[in-house]
Design a protein around this ligand. Structure first.
Ligand SMILES: [Zn+2]
Length: 334
């Protein structure tokens, strides 16, 4: 009788764990989460993931996904309580997602922490900062060297205390197009603590995307915060390729802002006002993305937008570009 009651309770344990996690997500303050989860509890997870997932020579996420599929199939073949068990499994995964990383969506944003005065850019400001970034990219293009993952980790270490945590984060290169076909260039897999990027990315974008995913792995959930942190850390890197990658990313976003504000002027920049080598570079980046673009990447983008909004990111995928005024405010304050 007692054993039956325990099994009955276990059938609901995932649902119970998710309800508790959701209650905490909505009830705890950003200050509490920042102090006790993101800067304390989460680092224990980070250590754990670095040791466990990092010990595997292949992405541990493959094993995890296979395990969940196997459990799902096993449950589906059961005769009794299959829907309850399935609901329990997915609720348990939802709770695990929140405990292992998801609470970081509730932490304070970088512009708030650094007290940056961030305002939307006017057309004149877009042109002004675009011209600055063009000059920077043009000069870095001539001096840029090559780079390694270790260079990117070093660039992030300069400003951080948790050196051992950064050095051991597993970074996985995924086959060309495997992520970009789904509309994403990189992804942090919170269930195994691995940062992934698409090998099909243009070389210029790789350092920025990898740094962005590394910041997710360090407990930053917001897309604008990860873009901002990747920008400021790579801008100060010793390696000139990393500086170039950061500046090219900001330049690309500024060009997109200009395209929205003044399409004819954007075309003039793209065709005449940009130095020839940067035009070639931007065309090559565009071509790489077009290679993997299709209906699946549109679906992936829509799903990403829905996912971010479900986590409380009001502007969804627009949040990626919110780093532009943050980076400008940071550069102006120096
Ligand atoms: Zn991201």
């Amino acid at each position: 009788m007692f054993r039956k009651k325990i099994i009955h309770l276990l059938n609901y344990s995932g649902i119970f764990c998710l309800v508790i996690a959701l209650l905490l997500k909505f009830c705890l303050t950003t200050t509490f989460i920042e102090r006790y989860y993101s800067n304390s509890f989460f680092f224990s997870y980070r250590q754990f993931f670095n040791h466990v997932s990092g010990a595997f020579p292949f992405p541990f996420s493959y094993f995890f996904i296979l395990l969940i599929i196997s459990i799902t199939v096993f449950i589906l073949f059961k005769k009794r309580h299959k829907y309850l068990l399935l609901a329990n499994l997915f609720c348990f995964l939802g709770a695990y997602f929140l405990w292992a990383w998801g609470f970081n969506y509730e932490r304070r944003s970088q512009d708030e922490l650094l007290q940056l005065s961030v305002t939307p850019l006017t057309k004149e400001q877009i042109i002004h900062y675009l011209d600055i970034e063009i000059k920077k990219c043009d000069s870095l293009f001539r001096t840029k060297d090559n780079f390694s993952i270790a260079d990117i980790k070093d660039a992030i270490n300069i400003h951080r205390m948790q050196e051992h945590l950064v050095q051991n984060i597993p970074i996985r290169s995924q086959p060309p197009g495997s992520l970009m076909h789904m509309g994403i260039t990189g992804i942090y897999f919170p269930f195994t603590g691995e940062a992934n990027y698409d090998e099909g990315l243009h070389q210029t974008r790789k350092p920025f995307v990898i740094a962005h995913e590394l910041f997710h792995a360090l407990g930053y959930a917001s897309e604008s915060d990860c873009n901002f942190l990747a920008y400021i850390h790579l801008s100060h890197a010793k390696n000139s390729f990393l500086q170039y990658s950061a500046s090219m990313e900001l330049l690309t976003y500024l060009l997109l802002d200009l395209k929205q504000n003044d399409p004819p002027l954007y075309l003039r920049y793209r065709k005449n006002l940009l130095p020839k080598e940067l035009q070639v570079e931007l065309d090559a980046i565009k071509k790489k993305h077009a290679q993997y673009h299709g209906w699946l990447s549109d679906v992936g983008d829509a799903f990403n937008n829905f996912y971010l909004k479900s986590q409380g990111v009001k502007d969804g995928t627009e949040n990626y570009s919110a780093f532009v005024p943050m980076a400008i405010a940071w550069n102006e304050r120096k």
